[in-house]
Design a protein around this ligand. Structure first.
Ligand code: SAM
Ligand code: SF4
Length: 332
């Protein structure tokens, strides 16, 4: 599938839940959440059908996300179904890591995911300082996340990425420890600029740390970084290499990287069945109504193509964007 701006669409983010066991300041408020009702959330069977049809149109890679995807029962089995779909070449998961080491019948959730064929795990890690972690996520779960990362390493994912959201006045002092940790764990560390994907007070200029500043600060620890324009994962991260150690560090700058949307290959399926052509746009299309209205696969395929045709050239984040739904209800 190709949109009107030449974006080749091959990647689908599938959010399986809007629920989460953490409350990150920039993602989700601390107060009681109005969760989607169970009947409004797509079943795994419905999501699998959407992916199967997407795969016939050129979707090759899936990232399962949320909310916290590991809070939804049966998640490994669902991922396993996705890996079996003809045309799907890779399935990854985005998680806060708190449940990766959870054991059932002697097997960790990380092992179950790897056995199901999940190849990459993106784990959010904003801080290695327990108090800072607690302040950021409103939960004292850093020890569990660290166990989760070790469980993921033991389970044998092809790649583990650590994602750190940049917060001015906080991340600066975390950088040396995060870089050292990622190197020791052989994980790919990426820094993400704060995006206006919820209406939290924390999403203000005062808290915004641009990737360019983060890179300069990283260089104080590592020495000058070498740009690696040809190294790509599946998204808009820009990578650099630490000359001495060979360690790679990624920077995801939705706000300040003006080329951010140029090679966008992504659609998003929300857990309540909306197909979104862009994270930073109000556009969303009600796939659930079509699915539950008894559509044929051909009609589902036409729906996909129609959404791709409406994909915007770039996100609206820089235009004083006020989100119509929170990140937690879209799927990061
Ligand atoms: N719960 C999982 C996790 O935390 O990784 C998956 C869902 S979470 C919404 C996906 C990613 O979005 C995380 O890396 C999180 O840090 C990031 N995120 C959430 N709110 C954000 C914001 N306002 N700006 C930038 N990234 C954000
Ligand atoms: Fe939960 Fe992930 Fe959002 Fe944090 S970023 S509140 S862990 S969904």
């Amino acid at each position: 599938m190709e949109d009107s701006f030449g974006h080749h669409i091959s990647y689908l983010r599938v959010s399986v839940t809007d629920r989460c066991n953490e409350r990150c300041r920039y993602c989700m408020p601390e107060e009681e959440q109005p969760w989607f009702a169970k009947e409004d959330t797509l079943t795994y069977e419905e999501m699998t059908r959407v992916v199967r049809v997407g795969a016939t149109l050129g979707i090759k890679r899936i990232r399962v996300t949320g909310g916290e995807p590991l809070t939804r029962p049966g998640i490994a089995g669902f991922c396993g179904e996705l890996t079996q779909i003809p045309g799907i070449e890779g399935v990854g998961i985005s998680t806060n890591g708190t449940l990766l080491a959870k054991t059932e019948g002697g097997t960790t959730l990380a092992e179950k995911l790897v056995k199901a064929g999940v190849r990459t795990a993106n784990v959010s890690l904003d801080s290695l300082d327990r108090a800072t972690y607690q302040r950021t996520t409103s939960r004292d779960l850093l020890p569990r996340v660290l166990e989760g990362i070790d469980a993921a390493i033991d389970a044998g994912f092809d790649s583990i990425r650590l994602n750190c959201v940049l917060m001015k006045g906080q991340t600066e002092r975390e950088l040396p420890a995060l870089i050292d940790f990622a190197r020791r764990k052989n994980a790919l560390l990426r820094f993400i600029e704060l995006m206006p994907v919820s209406t939290q007070d924390v999403l203000s200029e005062d808290n915004f740390l641009p990737i360019a500043t983060a890179k300069q600060l990283v260089e104080q620890t590592t020495g000058p970084l070498i740009a690696e324009p040809d190294f790509k994962t599946n998204g808009p991260a820009v990578y650099h290499r630490v000359p001495a150690s060979g360690q790679r560090v990624g920077f995801i700058g939705a706000m300040t990287n003006l080329h951010f949307c140029e090679n966008c290959n992504k659609l998003r399926l929300t857990c309540d069945g909306k197909l979104r052509p862009c994270l930073g746009s109000y556009l969303e299309f009600d796939l659930r109504a079509v699915l539950r209205g008894g559509c044929t696969d051909a009609e589902l395929a036409a729906f996909f193509q129609n959404v791709v045709a409406r994909k915007p050239k770039e996100h609206d984040f820089r235009d004083n964007y006020q989100p119509n739904r929170k990140m937690i209800a879209i799927g990061g």
